[in-house]
Each structure stands twice: as C-alpha cells, then as structure tokens.
Design a protein. Structure first.
Length: 337
C-alpha cells in the first residue's frame, strides 16, 4: 500500500543540510511537510533556521521544534496523521561520537526507537531511515556492498547507525512497517554543515588559513552531491519497499589531496596544508556499490565531483562564511563522515 498523498510527510532533522533540501523538493511538488528539528548547538542553529526561513509562511509547511527523544512531543506530531516518515535527525559526526558516546547512543538509537514506536502506535506504515557509510568500518573489500558483513563498526556513531538499521528491521518484522534504510556516502553541496571537510576547507582556504589534512592525504571518500542524494531519497519514498538497505553514493572515491586540488581550482587559491595524525574512528576509504540501488530505484549519479565542487563554490561565494564551528568539542577538526 502506498502512502496517502493527502497526508503530511514527517521529515526529522528537516532544517539541516540534507533535510532542508528534501523539504524544498517535497514542497515544490505540493506535498505537505511536517519538519521536526531541535536546533541543537552542534553547529550554529541560525544556519539551520536560515535553511527553512523561506518556508515558514507556506501553508503546506509546519515546523515543530522538538527532540525526537521526547515521547509526548512525537506522539503529538503523529496524532496529526502522517503518510510517511523520513528520519534524518541524528547526532552527527564520527569524531565527536568518540568523545560523547552516551549522547550519540541516546539520540541516534533511542530517538529512532521512539519514532518507530510512534509509527506502530499510529499506524504509519512507511519509514525511510538515513543510515551511513560509516557502518562498513574498515572494510577491505571495495566497493562496499549492502551484502557485506558489517559486524565491526569502529566509532560510536557507526554503531548507533547500525543499531538504527537493526531496530528498523525489527519493526518491519513485527509490525509490517515498510522501511528503507539508505546508507549515505559523504554528502556535500550547498548548505553543507560547516564542520564537514569541503565546507571547512573552503572557508579556511578563502581566508588564507591553514587546513588540517590527516595522515598523508591518501584517505579516500566517495563524495556524493546533494541532488543525487535527494533523488535517491525521493525514489525510496515512492517505491516504499517492505524492507531494504541501499547505498547512496557517487561510486568514485577520491583522496583528500585530490579534493584539495579541486578546491584550489575552483576557489582560485592555494591551500596551506598542515598534516596531522589520523583521528580514532576514521576509516581509510568509503566506496559505494550502487548496483542494487540502481536496479530497485533507478538511481544514477548525475553530478561528478568536479562539477559538484564547482556548484558548491558558487554557493559558498554568495553565502556568509564567517560563522564559527560551534559545538565541535573544541577540536576544530574537519569531519569526513
């Protein structure tokens, strides 16, 4: 059974980087949206508020400032009657999770469980869960397939995302909720979080400051442009499979040094690099196998990395970039997860 098109779609974390782009897409198609976000201080909450400012007067848009762990607040949201849930809210970042594991477990696992319980109680039968490539850990087999064994995560963040997938399967099995878990691979583009590497590097380079490169710069990530991610999410929402885990990636990992070179090209400036030790929890490579995603969702990558970095820099040049990296545990590290 497909979700009721007349009912609202709940987007948790809907004011964040990925969430706000999804909200844009849904509203453009005339779909009513309930956005839940707690505007925490992991980074400047004003950034998230600006992401959705243009929708506040839209009658199809409803903002609920709440924490997904708040059982009564979430019940109040579900009492409105929902067609579908896209669960993007999470405590983000591999490195901060090493410093605050209890917080990450509470938000990412218990918060997900709270939403699944509401789906059960209120009869919402369609749920899309944002997982992460970090669940693959140090995987010697590349590219990463959803059929790979992933029993050994190496960060609390990764462990909580895998826990979320397992909870999703449990609720599908017990209550027949249709659930798709999407493993995102290093998403970038306009509105990217300020702690993520591309945004942080661009800001530091534009200011003539040093950028931190971990190890020898050979670490690789499968950077995936936001438009491709949103296309994949929308396709998963529309297909509404009973239960699937799918990768959403670019299928073309590049090294940190290759990334720096692309930023130098598009910013027209030279990077001042400071090499630092590899932090705990970081993996040497992420690389998505999207064959199954293509077969089931018709997923295709449309934005190669050079084009995507160019589009990011266009946005970066027209956006205020003087905000601080609030809530980064004082480390100031550039996050790649």
């Amino acid at each position: 059974m497909m979700p009721d098109a007349d009912k609202s779609i709940l987007v948790t974390g809907g004011a964040g980087f990925i969430g706000s782009h999804l909200v844009d897409s849904l509203l453009a198609d005339g779909r009513p949206v309930v956005c839940v976000d707690n505007f925490n201080d992991y980074y400047d909450p004003d950034i998230k508020r600006s992401n959705i400012a243009g929708h506040l007067d839209d009658p199809l848009f409803s903002l609920v400032e709440a924490d997904i762990r708040d059982e009564q607040m979430m019940r109040n949201v579900f009492e409105r009657g929902l067609a579908q849930v896209v669960h993007l809210a999470a405590r983000a970042g591999v490195r901060p999770s090493v410093e605050q594991p209890l917080l990450y477990l509470d938000v990412n696992a218990r918060g997900t469980l709270n939403l699944l319980e509401c789906c059960r109680e209120f009869g919402v039968g369609s749920f899309v869960f944002a997982s992460s490539s970090s669940v693959y850990g140090v995987n010697s087999k590349v590219p990463f397939s959803v059929d790979d064994k992933i029993a050994l995560p190496i960060s609390p963040y990764a462990a909580t995302k895998r826990a979320g997938e397992l909870l999703c399967h449990t609720y599908h099995h017990l209550y027949n909720i249709h659930i798709t878990c999407l493993r995102f691979f290093t998403v970038y583009g306009p509105r990217q979080r300020p702690d993520l590497a591309i945004h942080k590097f661009a800001r530091l380079m534009a200011a003539g400051q040093e950028i931190p490169v971990y190890g020898d710069g050979s670490m690789k990530r499968d950077f995936t442009y936001i438009d491709d991610i949103i296309t994949g999410v929308r396709s998963a929402m529309a297909k509404n499979y009973p239960y699937e885990i799918l990768n959403l990636g670019n299928c073309n990992p590049i090294s940190v040094m290759q990334l720096v070179a692309l930023l130098e090209k598009h910013l027209g400036t030279k990077a001042r690099i400071v090499y630092q030790p590899v932090p705990p929890g970081d993996v040497p490579i992420t690389y998505a196998d999207v064959q199954k995603t293509t077969e089931l969702l018709g997923y295709e990558v449309t934005t190669p990395i050079d084009k995507g970095i160019g589009k990011f820099v266009e946005w970066f040049r027209t956006t205020s970039t003087d905000r601080n990296d609030a809530g980064q545990g004082g480390s100031g590290s550039a996050e790649f997860a």
